[in-house]
Design a protein around this ligand. Sequence first.
Ligand code: SF4
Length: 359
Amino acid sequence: MARPTPVPDWVPDLPAAPGVYTFVDPHGHPLYVGKSVNLRRRVRGYFYGGGPDSERLSEMLRIARGVRAHPTGSDLEARLEEALRILRDRPPYNKALKRRDAGWYLEFRWNEPFPRLRVVRRPRRSGARYVGPFWGRRLPERVKRLTEKIFRLRSCAEPVRPDVERTPCMQFDMGLCTAPCARLTGIDAYRLQAEAAARLLTDREFGWTLLDQFARARDTAAAGLEFEKAAEQQARMDWLEELEEYRFAIDSDADSRSWLIVLPGIEESRRVLQPVAAGRVLPSRRVDWVDGRWQEAVEDACYAVRVAELRAPSVLSPRESVSSVMVGRWLEDGCADGLAIDLTTQDAATTIRQLEAAG
Ligand code: SF4
């Protein structure tokens, strides 16, 4: 006699293929989205061994009354599809990614005479430079404050109208601002401070150069018995070292190159073309892999990448950065189930020749 299975009868027989699965409630509303390289094994696995360890997933399974499967031809397609469905459907039992359709950015409005750093919700001003996205507000606020202190940038909110009659605020007294408001620093000198700050936020190597520079200034001041100056340089080094601890969040882990990724399709005769323009994941296309058709589709995809590179703003939106990070991780993992062609410097004709050679 066959052993009774713990798998409820509302779980359909799923394919043993990569893809995305969605547990749904009795009304068909998505409860939880996941991905697997083997849909059948993954979904059935929820019911063996006494069920999931997590109370959250056990509760989800008590409510669920159906599973929908969305097979894909590859792991990368499954990763992208999973992220898209979580961000779109916001299933209540998915914790990861759900809040990633909103983020925070550090903004430098470069078209202001005396730019200051702001923490903003959206990167949408022309003439501004952005760092981000960050997934919460606290960290960019801390990075902002440290950057202001290291470079003695203004932190006041009102526009600066330089006036020699004006008395600078406490920030100047504490050595934390060069006081452009009182004309103690002119526009060119202040913009050099701001340039250096913007560079530090985008260039990790520059942080090490600055540390050397501050250490030399501290030692020179100490040798000349200027202990207050030496202490100021030491404080800048301490702030810089703290800022470097946040580098993991400042440096986007999204890949910013352009790619044409070719993935296996569900049917053997088809493949999926996944174009990526400067880190931005563009819509994919399933292509019949027959002579004439695929070459034309590759040309179209390369063209779409070039157009997107020209049009796109320099930073990714939080949503875009989620899929970009997925692609970046897949590239780092060695592109197991596909081929990634770097389009950053390569044209469509060379790409087609490369694909012909790869078969
Ligand atoms: S010293 Fe002047 S420019 Fe600097 S923060 Fe204070 S008010 Fe703003």
